[in-house]
Design a protein around this ligand. Structure first.
Ligand SMILES: *Cc1c(COP(=O)(O)O)cnc(C)c1O
Length: 410
C-alpha cells in the first residue's frame, strides 16, 4: 500500500473543503461514490422542503407571488457563477431532454433548410441522441451521428445546423476542450449545444471564456438538488431574443396572465419556460445552491483530482490481477470520475461493493463507475472504498449468486 491510513487522515485535516461534509446527511457506514448519478442530501434541503410545505398550507395560491413563480430565473442567477455565466443567462427548468429539444428548435427557427442536419455523438448518454432523433423526425431535419472517438472536423459540413456534445462523457469521464471545439463549430457557421451534466459542480466551467452560446445541464448529479431536480439551460445574452423555442407554453409567453389567444415569446431567458414548475423541487435545489455559493471551484477541482489519484494508487495491482482495465483519462482530460471495465463480472462487483456500503454504479457494457464529489467525500472514504474493492476482488466475494440479480435501475 503506497498510502497509509495515518497519511490520508492528515490529508483530511489539511483539506479546506472538509467542513462541507457536515452539511450533508449520508447514511452511517456509507461511502457514496455515485454523486455523479444522484447527489447526496444537503441537510438544509430538508428544512427548505418542510418550509415550502408550510408555505403551501398557509399561503395557498399566494405562494406563487412569494418566490415560487420566479424561482427558475432566481436559481438560474445563483447557478450562473458556477458556469461562468452572467445573471439573466441561465434558466432552471424542465429536464436536459426537454431543454435540448427547445434549443434545437430555437437555433434552427427561421434558418431555412439549407442547413438541415443535427449532429449528435455516438456513445453519448442516450437521451441526447434520442431527442435529436425525435426533433429531426417531427421537424423535417436529418439526424447524423458523430461516431465515438472520431474528430468532429469530417462531419462539420455546410449542412450542419447544430451539434450536441457532452463536455464530460458520462461513461469514460473524458473532458472535451470546450473553447477549441466551440470555435471550430462557430467557424463552420453551426451552433453547438454543450451538455454539462457531468461537469456542473464537478469542475470549474467558464462558458463566457469558451465563447459558448448554448448549454444545458442537470442539478441532481454533482449539484445535489435532489431526485428529479429541475435541469437548466444557458443562452448567452447576445443570442437571446432571436426566435421562438418550440415548446411554446404559457409560462414562456411575454404576458402569461393576459391569457391572449396567440403566443408571443417573453424577452430574454424567460421564453425558455414551458409549463408550471414544481416549487417543492426548487426549494430543495435552492438550499443546495446556497452551499455552492461558498465553494471555491479551484479547490474543488484540486480535491477531485487528488481523490481520484488516491483511489487509483490505493488499488495497487489488484485490477491487473483480475483482468480489469482502468479507462480513466489523464488528469487534464477528465472530469471527476473513475471508470473501470470488468468485462465479465462488472455488475456483480458493484453489487458486492454496495453490500459493503460502498455505492458506485454500473453501466453496460462492463463499466464500473465511481464518481468523486469533493464536498462530502473525505480522503479516508476514498482510501476505504479502494480497500473494499481490493477485498471484494481478492476473496471472489462478487461470485455469490445474490449479486447477479438485477433491479430496474442500475
Ligand atoms: C444525466 C444525463 C442526462 C439526463 O437527462 P434528463 O433529461 O435530465 O433526464 C442527459 N444527458 C447526459 C449527458 C447525462 O449525463
Amino acid at each position: 500500500m503506497p498510502v497509509t491510513l495515518d497519511e490520508v487522515r492528515e490529508l483530511d485535516r489539511q483539506d479546506p473543503l472538509a467542513p462541507f461534509k457536515a452539511c450533508f446527511a449520508l447514511p452511517a457506514g456509507t461511502i457514496y461514490l455515485d454523486g455523479n448519478s444522484l447527489g447526496a442530501q444537503p441537510s438544509a434541503a430538508v428544512e427548505a422542503v418542510n418550509g415550502l410545505m408550510t408555505q403551501w398550507r398557509d399561503s395557498l395560491i399566494q405562494g406563487w407571488n412569494q418566490g415560487w413563480f420566479d424561482a427558475p430565473e432566481r436559481l438560474g442567477d445563483r447557478l450562473a457563477p458556477l458556469l461562468g455565466a452572467a445573471p439573466g443567462e441561465v434558466l432552471v427548468t424542465d429536464t436536459i431532454t426537454h431543454n435540448i429539444f427547445k434549443l434545437l428548435g430555437y437555433i434552427t427557427e427561421g434558418q431555412g433548410r439549407a442547413r438541415s442536419v443535427i449532429l449528435s455523438e455516438g456513445g453519448n448518454f442516450p437521451t441526447d441522441g434520442y431527442i435529436a432523433q425525435g426533433f429531426c423526425r417531427f421537424g423535417g431535419f436529418e439526424h447524423r451521428v458523430l461516431p465515438e472517438g472520431e474528430a468532429l472536423e469530417a462531419y462539420l459540413d455546410d449542412r450542419v445546423a447544430a451539434v450536441v456534445l457532452s463536455h464530460v462523457h458520462y461513461r469514460t469521464g473524458r473532458l472535451r476542450d470546450m473553447a477549441a471545439i466551440t470555435r471550430q463549430v462557430h467557424a463552420a457557421s453551426a451552433e453547438v449545444i454543450w451538455d454539462l451534466a457531468h461537469s456542473t459542480g464537478a469542475l470549474p466551467v467558464d462558458l463566457a471564456a469558451c465563447g459558448v452560446r448554448y448549454a444545458v445541464g442537470c442539478t441532481y448529479k454533482y449539484l445535489n438538488g435532489g431526485p428529479g431536480a429541475p435541469a437548466f439551460l444557458y443562452v448567452r445574452r447576445d443570442a437571446q431574443d432571436r426566435a421562438w423555442q418550440p415548446l411554446s407554453g404559457w409560462l414562456g409567453h411575454a404576458a402569461p396572465f393576459a391569457f391572449e389567444a396567440d403566443y408571443a415569446p417573453a424577452p430574454g431567458i424567460s421564453r425558455f419556460h414551458t409549463g408550471t414548475h414544481s416549487p417543492l423541487a426548487y426549494a430543495a435545489l435552492e438550499a443546495s445552491l446556497a452551499l455552492w455559493q461558498e465553494v471555491d471551484l479551484a479547490q474543488l477541482r484540486r480535491k477531485s483530482q487528488q481523490l481520484i489519484e488516491l483511489f487509483r494508487e490505493s488499488l495497487g495491482d489488484c485490477l491487473d490481477e483480475h483482468g480489469i482495465s482502468d479507462i480513466t483519462p489523464d488528469e487534464a482530460q477528465r472530469g471527476s470520475q473513475v471508470g473501470l471495465v470488468a468485462p465479465d463480472n462488472g455488475y456483480a462487483i458493484v453489487q458486492a461493493l454496495i453490500e459493503r456500503g460502498v455505492i458506485g454504479d454500473y453501466r453496460e457494457p462492463g463499466l464500473l463507475r465511481f464518481g468523486f464529489a469533493p464536498l462530502y467525500l473525505s480522503h479516508e472514504d476514498v482510501w476505504q472504498a479502494a480497500r473494499h474493492l481490493r477485498e471484494v476482488l481478492a476473496e471472489g466475494e462478487y461470485l455469490a449468486p445474490r449479486f447477479q440479480q438485477r433491479g430496474a435501475v442500475t
